[in-house]
Design a binder for this molecule. Structure first.
Ligand SMILES: NC(=O)C1=CN([C@@H]2O[C@H](COP(=O)(O)OP(=O)(O)OC[C@H]3O[C@@H](n4cnc5c(N)ncnc54)[C@H](OP(=O)(O)O)[C@@H]3O)[C@@H](O)[C@H]2O)C=CC1
Ligand SMILES: O=C1OC[C@@H](O)[C@H](O)[C@H]1O
Length: 359
C-alpha cells in the first residue's frame, strides 16, 4: 500500500482466474470512483494475476479486462506471486474448496486478503484464518458484497429507525435453477459444492444483520436440506431458521438450485408492517406495507455498475487507516455464520472430502 498525497492506493493481486474474477475486476477497476463516499479518496491498481494452470490462461484473463491502467504482471506460480512485494492484497476467487489454503498462504506471506463467498468450508478453517490474521495484523475481508452496498445499509437503517416496528420475522431467499453438471463448482464436492455454501450466505446475511447481530444470546437453529439425486452428499435446497425466543423473532434463510427466487426475495416483518425487497444479494427496490395496508415505495440509493467496488473500497479504507477489521462486516460475523452452517451440515449430512475440510 502506498499513500499518494492523502489518497489511499491499493495494489491487488488476483488468484482464481475464472469468469467471476473477470466480472469482479471489470466492475471494481472501472467503477470504484462511483462510490460517492470513498471513490475520491481511494485508487486501485491491478498489480498481478496468477493462474494455477498456465501463463497463457493468465494472459487470456487480462485480455478480458478493462478499467486497468497498466498491464498486470502475470504469474503461473502462487509462491512467486506471493513473493511480489508490490501486491498489498490478494483477491481469492477460486472455487470454495481452495479458499482456505490460498488464504492461509497469502496471510503467511504477509498479504491482506479478500476472499470470495463462501469464506471457508467450515468453522474451524475460518477460526484458523482469524488467528493468523490477528497474529500478523492483516485485514481479512469476506466478499459478501451485499453487506457493503449502500442499498443494504439504507434498508438496515430504515428498519433500525423503527419503520416496521419490532422485527418479528425476517426471510430471504437466493435461488437459481441450475442444470446438473458434474464438473461445476456447484455440484462437485471436491470444489466445495452445494447450495448452502453457494447461496445461503446471502440469504442468512439479512437475518444476521437484523436479528443475530442485535443479540448476545444464541438462537435455536433448525434446518432442512434436499440432497442432490446425482451427488447425495451435497444439498440442492436448504432452509435454516433461527429462533430468537427473547425477542419473539425468527429469521429464515433459504436457497435452491431447483427454482429461481421470486422478485421480492427479502421480507422483513414487524408489528407495524413489513418491507419486501429484492434482490437478496443486491437490493435495489423495496416497498413498505403498513399494518393498515398503506403501500410506500422506499427510496434506495442508486448503484452504478454492479457494485463489487464497495467491498474493494472498504478494504482500501481499512488498510489505509491501519484497521485490521471492517465495521461493515467484522470477521466474527462470518465466523458465527459458519458455525451455523456447520450445524446445518451436521443435521443434514452435507459432506466434503477430507482434503477439502482439512486445516
Ligand atoms: N460474489 C459473487 O457475486 C460471486 C462469487 N462467486 C465466487 O467466486 C468463486 C469462483 O467462482 P467461479 O469463477 O464461478 O469458479 P470457476 O470454477 O470458474 O473457477 C475459478 C478459477 O479458479 C481457479 N482454480 C481452479 N482450481 C484451483 C485450485 N486448486 N487452486 C487455485 N485456483 C484454482 C481456476 O483458474 P486458474 O486455473 O487460472 O488458476 C479457475 O478458472 C467462488 O468462490 C464463488 O462462490 C461466484 C459467482 C458470483
Ligand atoms: O454469488 C452470487 O451468485 C448468485 C447470484 O445471484 C448472486 O447475485 C451472486 O452474488
Amino acid at each position: 500500500m502506498t499513500d499518494k498525497s492523502s489518497k489511499i492506493h491499493l495494489r491487488w493481486g488476483i488468484v482464481g482466474l475464472g469468469q467471476f474474477a473477470a466480472k469482479w475486476a471489470n466492475d471494481v477497476f472501472s467503477n470504484y470512483r462511483k462510490d460517492s463516499v470513498h471513490g475520491q479518496h481511494v485508487t486501485h491498481e491491478l498489480r498481478a494475476v496468477v493462474s494455477t494452470s498456465s501463463l497463457s490462461k493468465a494472459q487470456q484473463f487480462v485480455s478480458l479486462l478493462n478499467g486497468t491502467d497498466k498491464q498486470p504482471v502475470l504469474y503461473d506460480s502462487y509462491q512467486k506471486f506471493l513473493e511480489d512485494d508490490e501486491i498489498d492484497i490478494v483477491y481469492i476467487a477460486a472455487p470454495n474448496a481452495f479458499h482456505y489454503k490460498l488464504a492461509k498462504q497469502a496471510l503467511e506471506a504477509g498479504k491482506h486478503i479478500l476472499v470470495e463467498k463462501t469464506f471457508t468450508i467450515n468453522y474451524q478453517q475460518a477460526l484458523r484464518l482469524q488467528e493468523i490474521s490477528a497474529r500478523k495484523n492483516l485485514l481479512v475481508v469476506h466478499g459478501v458484497w451485499t453487506r457493503f452496498l449502500p442499498t443494504t445499509k439504507k434498508l438496515v437503517e430504515v428498519v433500525e429507525n423503527g419503520k416496521v416496528g419490532n422485527v418479528r420475522r425476517v426471510h430471504a431467499d437466493l435461488s437459481h435453477n441450475c442444470s446438473y453438471d458434474s464438473n461445476s463448482r456447484l455440484f462437485n464436492p471436491e470444489l466445495g459444492a452445494g447450495v448452502l455454501l453457494d447461496n445461503l450466505i446471502y440469504s442468512i446475511t439479512w437475518t444476521d444483520l437484523l436479528l443475530l447481530s442485535k443479540t448476545a444470546t444464541s438462537p435455536k437453529i433448525y434446518s432442512w436440506s434436499i440432497k442432490s439425486k446425482e451427488v447425495p452428499e451435497i444439498d440442492v435446497s436448504t432452509s435454516i431458521t433461527l429462533l430468537f425466543d427473547d425477542s419473539l423473532a425468527s429469521g429464515t434463510a433459504t436457497g435452491s438450485f431447483l427454482i429461481e427466487s421470486p422478485r421480492e426475495s427479502v421480507l422483513i416483518e414487524g408489528d407495524k408492517g413489513y418491507i419486501k425487497a429484492g434482490r437478496t444479494s443486491r437490493p435495489s427496490y423495496a416497498t413498505f406495507i403498513s399494518s393498515d395496508g398503506q403501500e410506500e415505495q422506499l427510496e434506495l440509493p442508486v448503484i452504478e455498475g454492479i457494485g463489487y467496488y464497495y467491498e474493494a473500497n472498504a478494504a482500501a479504507i481499512a488498510i489505509g487507516y491501519k484497521q485490521n477489521d471492517l465495521t461493515e462486516y467484522p470477521l466474527k460475523d462470518t465466523i458465527r455464520i459458519l458455525q451455523i452452517f456447520d450445524q446445518c451440515r451436521l443435521d443434514n449430512g452435507i459432506a466434503f472430502p477430507e482434503s477439502v475440510e482439512d486445516l
